[in-house]
Unconditional design. Structure first.
Length: 185
């Protein structure tokens, strides 16, 4: 992991799976695309600080009838010390695929299924239900929720989004400098 000082500009884009966030990390060694799940909990803006970059790698995708090649960074640690609004140059229109669509869909197969039968896909967007059991499944070891909640960005992205959406719906607010959700009720 390398530590880099820089600015992470986060944008929210509306896609076929709903809104999602992407980032652009600008540092002294270059500019990188960031599509980590942790971005989902941040509001649009420019976040300054130190970033522990775990990996820098090339990737590509097709969007809007064009092939896009980019250099992506995976951030492991965030030490933020400032937040600002996006600048006009950060708001240029872009077409980006939802990072959920880049991930392979998990497969579930029962023991009784023959090898030649089609594979059934797991639910892609787990939505929180009202029951305690459903919320316990959604949040796992974070359940029951405390006054402060730090989400685990290593869970699958649809679950991370569902956790974030549920926290918002019950009155939690995200505190970006501390990277925790706080019960504001």
């Amino acid at each position: 992991m390398i530590k880099l000082r820089g600015t992470l500009s986060i944008r929210t884009i509306s896609g076929r799976n709903g809104d999602f966030n992407i980032g652009r990390l600008t540092t002294e060694i270059g500019e990188f695309s960031v599509k980590d799940a942790e971005l989902e909990q941040y509001d649009e803006g420019r976040y300054e600080g130190e970033f522990g970059v775990e990996q820098i790698y090339p990737t590509s995708y097709v969007a809007g009838g064009r092939m896009v090649m980019e250099v992506r960074a995976r951030i492991g640690l965030w030490a933020l010390d400032g937040i600002d609004y996006l600048h006009p140059e950060d708001k240029a229109p872009i077409t980006e695929p939802d990072p959920v669509d880049e991930l392979p869909t998990p497969v579930v197969r029962t023991a009784s299924e023959a090898d030649d039968k089609p594979i059934k896909h797991a639910e892609e967007n787990p939505e929180p239900k009202d029951s305690e059991d459903d919320l316990a499944v959604l949040f796992g070891t974070l359940w029951p929720l405390g006054d402060e909640v730090k989400l685990d960005p290593t869970v699958d992205r649809p679950r991370f989004r569902a956790q974030k959406d549920h926290l918002k719906s019950i009155g939690y607010k995200f505190r970006p400098l501390d990277q925790v959700w706080v019960d504001a009720t």
